[in-house]
Write a protein that binds this ligand. Structure first.
Ligand SMILES: [Zn+2]
Length: 102
């Protein structure tokens, strides 16, 4: 029941165009998940800043920087400045390199 509520809030957030309203849905989803001790969907977890809870949208609330040599992508939250590192797979790296050459 609770996880269904979290999921519907997440769905609302995904389709919401208004940024403050979307953030409110995300806040509610996080609070509901905490309250009922349910996990947020994985695709959403990676899109929420772990420090301040901002919904991360590349170019808007998130700066994405790739470091091809060390094969990591740096995600910086524009709201609080928290940086998260993700390593990316070989396939992705090749795609990125191809994109640069063309
Ligand atoms: Zn943040």
């Amino acid at each position: 029941m609770a996880s269904g509520r979290v999921e519907s809030l997440v769905e609302l957030a995904k389709t919401e165009k208004n940024e403050s309203r979307r953030q409110r849905y995300i806040d509610l989803a996080r609070k509901t998940a905490l309250k009922y001790k349910v996990e947020l969907p994985r695709d959403v977890k990676t899109k929420i800043c772990k420090r301040c809870g901002t919904y991360l949208i590349p170019g808007r609330t998130l700066t994405v920087r790739a470091r091809p040599k060390s094969r990591i992508i740096l995600y910086t939250c524009k709201n609080c400045g928290k940086t998260q590192k993700y390593s990316y797979a070989r396939e992705n790296r090749q795609k990125i390199n191809k994109g640069k050459n063309t």
